[in-house]
Design a protein around this ligand. Sequence first.
Ligand SMILES: Cc1cc2nc3c(=O)[nH]c(=O)nc-3n(C[C@H](O)[C@H](O)[C@H](O)COP(=O)(O)OP(=O)(O)OC[C@H]3O[C@@H](n4cnc5c(N)ncnc54)[C@H](O)[C@@H]3O)c2cc1C
Length: 308
Amino acid sequence: MEKLSDINSLTKKLKKINYLKVEKNKNLAEFASFKVGGPADLFLTPEKITAVKELMPLITNSTIPYFILGKGSNLIISDKGYRGIIIYTGSLNHYQFEGNQITAESGLELKEIADLAYENSLSGFEFAAGIPGSLGGALYMNAGAYGREMKDVIIKAQFIDQKGKLIELSKAELKLEYRTSILQKEDPDWTAVNVTIKLKKSKKSLIKAKMDELHNKRWSKQPMELPSAGSIFKRPPGHYTGPLIEEAKMKGFQIGGAQVSTKHAGFIVNKDHATAEDIVKLIEKVKKEVYKISGVQLEVEPRFLGEF
Ligand SMILES: Cc1cc2nc3c(=O)[nH]c(=O)nc-3n(C[C@H](O)[C@H](O)[C@H](O)COP(=O)(O)OP(=O)(O)OC[C@H]3O[C@@H](n4cnc5c(N)ncnc54)[C@H](O)[C@@H]3O)c2cc1C
């Protein structure tokens, strides 16, 4: 009860902030690429960075937990939802060019940035065109594909800390490594608001050809037609996840509506109205079977949100 009244008084204060949309009991499944997840108590959509600056001190002074949501393409959200506040970056999507550099707000989708780069004859971001995340989520994860990663293009990023202060970090300070960054390693609970990437001039025809090549590769090998969170496990050193799972005879294995993809065993897909519980049970089963035959301990790549 105490928490609810807390949320009510906090909501009143949040509603006074300009350029901030405040919603209650918002269903999260539509914001997750897996298409699973229950409601969040409070769902905030800042439309300008000033709104993030104002809201952060308010919510960090309350006892209510919060979570920053990008495109939800690397998340497994509990069927019970999230008892706290979601800060959704989807409306932070302004950008500007400066020579070969693009500075974009963290909610901008990687696909949009890849298209902008192409239109401006800038090469180096083709690898990210098929990753269905936001720029902030890609920074958090140091997302990568086909031998390239965000680390290759990011030069700096700006954050809002819990007091509402703007902080800028250089590339080295961002500590970008395989599928991780300072945001994961040190968990400062900052919201990334701007990221600057540096690309290089090239011919549009070459950029287009690279994007098409990677698009075709992705669609022929990965189950893009079904909801998922991408690779469900991190690549264990010295191994590939897909073959390990196949060896463990788990390819195509199904629990409830969740299935180990028949197209690529490294993906779990929401085949038929899966619940988060189905997905978690399937992850545990795959981990167990893979460990039994290979001794390899698989580590889940997506983040879990809410109670499991
Ligand atoms: C079909 C499919 C294919 C995929 N292929 C790839 C691939 O090839 N390579 C790859 O690396 N990934 C891949 N992914 C996974 C995913 O797209 C990436 O990890 C992506 O970077 C996640 O971004 P997001 O905006 O969706 O983050 P979310 O899922 O919304 O969040 C992920 C984490 O980032 C944090 N976060 C998000 N935005 C911010 C912010 N502004 N400030 C601070 N923290 C933030 C969240 O709090 C959360 O902890 C794939 C996913 C799918 C569904």
